[in-house]
Design a protein around this ligand. Structure first.
Ligand code: MG
Length: 250
């Protein structure tokens, strides 16, 4: 499938979709605290998304049963919210969610610390975030897609963390997952050329230990094989002829 180039009208709709999602995340970040269940967080997220007149795009996606993916500590992504999963002081929790506004999808993720977290955990979250910003420096019309992948890899390499290889970023627009796939680790090829008007969800997933992950028996939750902590940072961005526009920033 070709990578879609959004028209000016579509870009406006993407901007609006992403702005509303960023507002949802701002509220979630303010609300998340020790003692809260991951199901409560999901309920709040869904309420906020619907209050904007939007639809949660993760809900029922390939049968996913919730609006938010909520992944705690060694859970990398796709954690299913549960009533009996209570957030504890010192946990780190990755929240990944998106919404549909007038047919246009947005997608973002953040890892939040619950109360006071260890210095190692704080650094993992900060360096994962930084790798996103190092990656998107390359997201310019005329560059090639895998320059983003290589820059994320180079950003993380000095720390010896594991870069998750089994899951990647993606194009986004009238579908949640469009072409191209965007790996977060170095590539031998250049990948497709970037053009203004491409909208991409770039999302490094970084493990404190090794890169290997496995799927739990619920067929959704992805965890680190070695039990180490994992962080996730994602924004939907717009490629332009100049600097990329981060559409989900707050
Ligand atoms: Mg995504």
């Amino acid at each position: 499938m070709a990578i879609s180039i959004k028209s000016e009208r579509e870009i406006q709709l993407m901007r609006e979709s992403c702005k509303l999602l960023a507002d949802v995340f701002q509220n979630l970040e303010n609300a998340v605290k020790p003692g809260m269940s991951t199901l409560e967080l999901d309920a709040l997220g869904e309420k906020l998304i619907r209050a904007h007149g939007c639809t949660p795009n993760f809900l029922n996606y390939n049968g996913f049963p919730a609006s938010l993916c909520v992944s705690v500590n060694d859970e990398v992504v796709h954690g299913i919210p549960r009533k009996d999963r209570i957030l504890q002081e010192g946990d780190i929790v990755s929240v990944d969610a998106g919404l549909i506004y007038k047919g246009y999808h947005s997608d973002m993720a953040r890892t939040f610390g619950i109360g006071t977290i260890s210095e190692d955990a704080r650094l993992l979250i900060e360096r994962t975030r930084q790798s996103f910003f190092d990656g998107i420096k390359m997201a310019k019309a005329g560059n090639h897609l895998f320059e983003i992948s290589n820059a994320i890899d180079a950003s993380i390499k000095p720390y010896g963390y594991g870069i998750v290889r089994d899951l990647v970023g993606h194009g986004i627009g009238t579908s949640l997952h469009e072409d191209p796939q965007i790996p977060n680790f170095a590539q031998r090829r250049r990948g497709p050329k970037l053009h203004a008007g491409m909208t991409l969800a770039i999302e490094p997933m970084i493990n404190m230990g090794r890169a290997d992950v496995e799927w739990l028996d619920d067929d959704w939750t992805v965890v680190t094989e070695d039990g180490s902590l994992s962080a996730h940072y994602e924004n939907t961005i717009l490629v332009t002829d100049g600097e990329p526009e981060i559409l989900t920033l707050y």
